[in-house]
Design a protein around this ligand. Structure first.
Ligand SMILES: Cc1cc2nc3c(=O)[nH]c(=O)nc-3n(C[C@H](O)[C@H](O)[C@H](O)COP(=O)(O)OP(=O)(O)OC[C@H]3O[C@@H](n4cnc5c(N)ncnc54)[C@H](O)[C@@H]3O)c2cc1C
Length: 443
């Protein structure tokens, strides 16, 4: 698999997607030669359609560009660091309101042309089937990592530390839940101090909700997704599929009210949607059992019908798709190094982040850290008060009950008692900017 272009190469990057390309760029800008292994087009992923680096597999939008939005703040941090992903995205920007959208072909063509032919890049067009034993390695094989590499990773990390499929329920911001309707209680608990937030439904509300759920538009699954679902997730049905099997299915399933009494009425509700705390800060709650394939705007419309969630702010929407990712909280340091072998880094979606910009951001940090190690410095992570730092701390926090990949959002930051939502956002942004600049000048 190796070529003779440069025998002194100490770094291998596997995968020329968004994370891998960014990592390579960060290395070569510091004059560090890199071996880059990419399998396409010889081996296909099922979603990529070209042989280009940095291909955007779905939307051509890389998210909000507004400075007061979480993705906007992440972009600001990336630009400060000299991100190639950001530079190329702005170069090939197309009009999309407040979002940063790109001409996907021009964007990927530029990345491919620059990196593939760079004198410091030894490009190997093969499927990597093992992890190199020498030097530094950045594994950036993405959500659609090839099967042979998945087997190799299983051997290295253990079966239970690798997931192939992601079925996530929506997450809402805790401050946006109407606690005049919802109530705190555990099933068969002894009062109002339970861990769960419960959204009670009467019969009329339940029937209207089920009808809306059944009629909502769904994401059209590819054959690849259907077969992956069958293989890995037969036991984990989307909420709309459970609803299809009978009008009472949800009421006897994830919305069962047994063991719960609404303290406002003293009665058991007809059905209950339970919300479970999702982060240590208790700023985010997920809808228990609500993994779904509804289109995103439909999720917002239908799930806002749940009493108590009428003004809910969705930090992440539900989804079910093939998504290889490692158990980052157990395996990774916030520097993106493998705890058991600090010469190996994970970056991109496989490291437990979600989204184009987040993937590029972790590629940037992994590339930057390998440079630092080669230069005799220590690997770093960002402070948790910054946008990227909050995400890195989330994915490597060991207290998750059930870890799923995460995108950037303001729910990753602590709330202060009595603080209004706009004040909170303002405080987070100001602190993030200040701490980020202090961090940059300290390294
Ligand atoms: C179907 C789908 C749609 C998505 N849509 C969006 C979206 O609209 N917006 C968004 O923000 N995020 C989206 N995501 C999530 C995610 O942001 C993207 O997948 C993103 O491209 C991840 O970046 P990455 O660098 O981690 O992986 P990728 O960009 O997928 O890059 C990984 C690269 O590794 C290569 N590779 C895999 N295995 C091997 C191997 N063994 N040897 C050599 N090369 C290998 C692949 O060919 C690929 O080029 C989507 C994910 C999927 C699966």
């Amino acid at each position: 698999m190796t070529s003779n272009k440069n025998k002194d190469i100490k770094v291998t990057v596997i995968g020329a997607g968004l994370a891998g390309s960014e990592a390579v760029y960060q290395l070569i800008r510091k004059q560090i030669p890199v071996r880059l292994i990419e399998m396409r087009p010889k081996v296909k992923t099922g979603a990529h359609t070209t042989d280009m680096f940095g291909e955007l597999v779905c939307s051509n939008s890389v998210g909000s560009n507004l400075p007061d939005r979480a993705p906007g703040l992440l972009k600001e941090e990336l630009r400060f660091f000299g991100s190639y992903f950001m530079e190329t995205a702005y170069k090939y920007r197309v009009p999309a309101g407040n979002a940063l959208a790109v001409d996907r072909y021009a964007f990927a063509r530029e990345m491919t042309r620059y990196l593939k032919t760079h004198t410091l890049v030894d490009f190997v067009n093969e499927e990597a089937v093992e992890i190199p034993k020498d030097g530094y390695v950045i594994i950036a094989t993405g959500p659609l990592t090839s099967n042979s590499m998945l087997e190799e990773l299983q051997k290295m990390l253990g079966k239970k530390h690798l997931d192939f499929f992601d079925a996530v329920a929506p997450i809402v911001n805790a401050d946006s839940i109407n606690m005049n309707i919802a109530f705190k209680a555990d099933r068969y608990g002894d009062g109002e101090n339970g861990d769960y937030i419960n959204c009670p439904m009467n019969k009329e509300q339940y029937l209207a909700f089920v009808e809306a759920l059944l009629n909502a538009e769904r994401i059209d699954l590819s054959d690849m997704e259907k077969s992956a679902r069958k293989k890995y997730f037969s036991a984990c049905q989307p909420v709309e599929i459970i609803a299809e099997s009978g009008i009472d299915s949800l009421r006897f399933g994830p919305l069962k009210p047994v063991g719960l009494v609404n303290p406002r009425t003293g009665q058991r509700p007809y059905a209950v949607v339970q919300l479970r705390q999702d982060n240590l800060l208790a700023s985010m709650f997920n809808l228990v059992g609500f993994q779904t394939n509804l289109k995103h705007p439909e999720q917002i419309r239908v799930f806002k019908m749940i009493p108590g969630l009428e003004n809910a702010k969705f930090e992440r929407l539900g989804q079910m798709h093939r998504n290889a990712y490692i158990n980052a909280p157990e395996l990774l340091l916030p520097t993106l190094q493998l705890k058991s072998n600090p010469n190996i880094f994970f970056a991109g979606q496989i490291s437990g982040v979600e989204g184009y910009t987040e993937s590029a951001a972790t590629g940037l940090l992994a590339g930057m850290n390998v440079c630092r190690l080669i230069q005799g410095k220590e690997a770093v992570s960002l402070p948790a008060q910054t946008m990227l730092g909050s995400l890195l701390h989330y994915i490597t926090y060991t207290g998750h009950k059930d870890f799923h990949p995460m995108n950037v959002n303001f729910g990753l930051f602590a709330s202060k008692e009595g603080e209004k939502s706009e004040e909170r956002k303002d405080r987070i942004i100001k602190t993030a900017r200040k701490v980020f600049r202090e961090f940059v000048s300290s390294i």
